[in-house]
Design a protein around this ligand. Structure first.
Ligand code: HEM
Ligand code: HEM
Length: 178
């Protein structure tokens, strides 16, 4: 398997970044929702101790991914046989996934910095956690979470439709073994 993609299959770097991102984003969605629902301050703080670094990790990974596509690699050609609107829709969803992930990371960092939670959780400042609802960046973070879930479901659903119903190579070419 080549490091770079070909017109018909994704390369090892693109595949590794894709699936590592999927794992991180699932962990972020679950931990974010658990933090939101936590009523015990200590429990919320310990969930956020994992949530925030994972959010920074996905930010860095996404920037590396953008740089990788921009400078070193080229996306596969569409497989052919799909209506033009579906090809356009898939591209739009991929673009939106990048955008929403970046916006989630930015609003999360803004929340931590503006509320002082970063200093309390990681800087040893102590004291009670702030109420994140008092900070404007909590709003895009909440809307982004729902948007990301919807995009995730649509994108993964489309991939599974191609694999199990259309039985084409869409999912296989985004994996290490073909
Ligand atoms: C792509 C990256 C991220 C994703 C997918 C994500 C996901 C989530 C989700 C799903 C929620 C719950 C939202 C809701 O139910 O309304 C949440 C809450 C939160 N996230 Fe993130 N997050 C990300 C990055 C970050 C980062 C980088 C930080 C901090 C540095 C952060 C800090 C927070 C905080 C403080 C909350 C609020 C918890 C509360 O209201 O009690 N997030 N996140
Ligand atoms: C939130 C998690 C996900 C994100 C952010 C994401 C993002 C992306 C992006 C941006 C692409 C275009 C290639 C690239 O720019 O690297 C892509 C392609 C792809 N993704 Fe995902 N993905 C996610 C989850 C999934 C899941 C769960 C599946 C499978 C069930 C999946 C299957 C695929 C496939 C098969 C392709 C290739 C599509 C094609 O050849 O046109 N993705 N994904």
């Amino acid at each position: 398997m080549s490091m770079k993609s070909s017109p018909t299959a994704y390369g090892a770097v693109a595949v590794a970044i894709h699936w590592l991102s999927v794992i991180l984003i699932i962990a972020l969605l679950i931990s974010g929702m658990l933090a939101d629902e936590a009523t015990d301050a200590g429990q919320k703080a310990s969930i956020l101790t994992a949530h925030a670094p994972m959010g920074i990790a996905i930010l860095i990974l996404t920037l590396v991914r953008i740089a990788w596509w921009w400078r070193f690699d080229t996306h596969c050609e569409p497989l052919g046989g799909d209506p033009a609107w579906q090809v356009k829709m898939a591209k739009a969803v991929h673009g939106l996934l990048y955008l929403v992930v970046l916006a989630m990371a930015a609003s999360g960092i803004a929340m931590f910095v503006l509320s002082g939670a970063g200093d309390i959780i990681f800087g040893g400042a102590g004291g009670p956690l702030p109420d994140f609802a008092d900070f404007t960046s909590r709003i895009p973070h909440g809307i982004g979470a729902k948007l990301l879930l919807a995009l995730f479901a649509g994108h993964a659903g489309a991939a599974l439709y191609h694999h199990f119903i259309k039985r084409d190579a869409t999912l296989k070419r985004m994996w290490f073994v073909r």
